[in-house]
Design a protein around this ligand. Structure first.
Ligand SMILES: [Zn+2]
Length: 49
């Protein structure tokens, strides 16, 4: 899936404006956390070179 997901918040979670992908708020938080982790891991690797 190459959608960049522009999420809009709702009372019951978030929905992607581009593809209609729906997440609960819990799932959304998990995805955002894992994305941040990926970025941190990457910058660590780049920094160690
Ligand atoms: Zn999307």
């Amino acid at each position: 899936m190459k959608c960049k997901h522009q999420f809009q918040g709702h009372a019951d979670g978030v929905t992607c404006l581009l593809c209609g992908f729906h997440l609960t708020q819990d799932e959304y938080v998990k995805i955002m956390k894992s994305k941040n982790k990926e970025k941190q891991d990457k910058s660590r690797k780049e920094g160690s070179k």
